[in-house]
Design a binder for this molecule. Structure first.
Ligand code: GLU
Length: 296
């Protein structure tokens, strides 16, 4: 039985790229339903609102996204989850990681990180993810065996962010792999994104921590997501191992682009589901449009 999910952010309405992603997750769950018969073990397609970017979230987008999915015929199981309801779960996961000694407080401002990075012209070139930006230069990383709690704030801010010490974490877990839907075992590169933030100053969690905790709590067996999140999957597998959470199977799908080959984003209003629907298109026509759009 496959349990899949779609995890949109309620910071805008869905566009064709989201529809593509949601359809893949929906189809994966429904496949098993068909195979087992109506009364057998059924796949489940779950929803989760990634709303920790609370300043960009708008209340009307929660219902708007549900409306888009309903209209597309992508019906989900159970009540959608909201990450803002789950902050205590993220806090306790963070406590566990603290006890393991694999996270440290970081008092750097964005500006400080940028100027540090600018000075490190010889810094090893690592990929930047759209979630995290360039890898953190390690300013607040504990240098020796001193416990992380003794790190000193470099500014007047009293609430730190918490970062993963990716090298320490990798030492603790040993070599790891993650499994793809085609049966491949991909070796985890723990330092692929550097010491990512696991708890932001403002909300006490981050995309990486929240998604790992929630995928386990919702019992997600198959994670279907865009290829842009492939680097993040390395970090997520590491966190699953540290937190003794189950290991899901991953499918990284292509990204839908516009005619000029640029990845679809919220600003592509003309390709928003709600806009296309208002123009009189039917869901079948949207699926046809999707098939015709370039993918990368
Ligand atoms: N919210 C993420 C996105 O739309 C997906 C979350 C995930 O797969 O981890 O890109």
């Amino acid at each position: 039985m496959k349990i899949t999910r779609f995890a949109p952010s309620p910071t805008g309405r869905l566009h064709l790229g989201h529809a593509y992603s949601a359809r893949i997750a929906h189809a994966a769950a429904r496949e098993t339903q068909g195979a087992q018969g109506a009364q057998g073990a059924q796949g489940r397609f779950l929803l989760r609102f990634e709303d920790i970017d609370h300043t960009r979230v708008r209340p009307e987008f929660y219902e708007g996204i549900l409306e888009d999915l309903r209209w597309l015929g992508l019906n989900w199981n159970g009540e959608p989850w909201k990450q803002l309801d789950r902050l205590p779960a993220y806090r306790s996961a963070l406590e566990e990681l603290k006890k393991l000694g694999v996270i440290y407080p970081c008092y750097c401002t964005r500006r400080e990180i940028q100027s540090e990075l600018a000075q490190l012209s010889s810094a090893p070139h690592q990929p930047a993810s759209h979630q995290d930006g360039p890898p953190y230069p390690g300013t607040c990383r504990p240098r020796d065996a001193s416990p992380p709690q003794q790190a000193q704030p470099s500014s007047t801010q009293s609430t730190p962010a918490w970062r993963l010490d990716c090298e320490k974490a990798a030492q603790l877990t040993g070599p790891l792999t993650f499994q793809t839907n085609s049966g491949e075992q991909i070796p985890v590169q723990a330092n692929l994104l550097g010491d990512v933030i696991l708890a932001r100053k403002d909300i006490g969690t981050s995309y990486h921590l929240a998604v790992v905790v929630d995928d386990a709590a919702q019992g997600i067996s198959h994670i279907t997501r865009g290829q842009d999140l492939l680097p993040s999957t390395h970090i997520h597998r590491l966190l699953q191992s540290l937190l003794s959470l189950p290991e899901p199977i991953y499918l990284h799908h292509q990204l839908i682009c516009d005619d000029s080959g640029e990845r679809l984003a919220k600003r592509h209003d003309s390709l928003a589901i709600a806009t296309l629907r208002a123009r009189g298109h039917r869901p079948e026509e949207l699926w046809e449009m999707l098939n015709a759009l370039p993918k990368k």
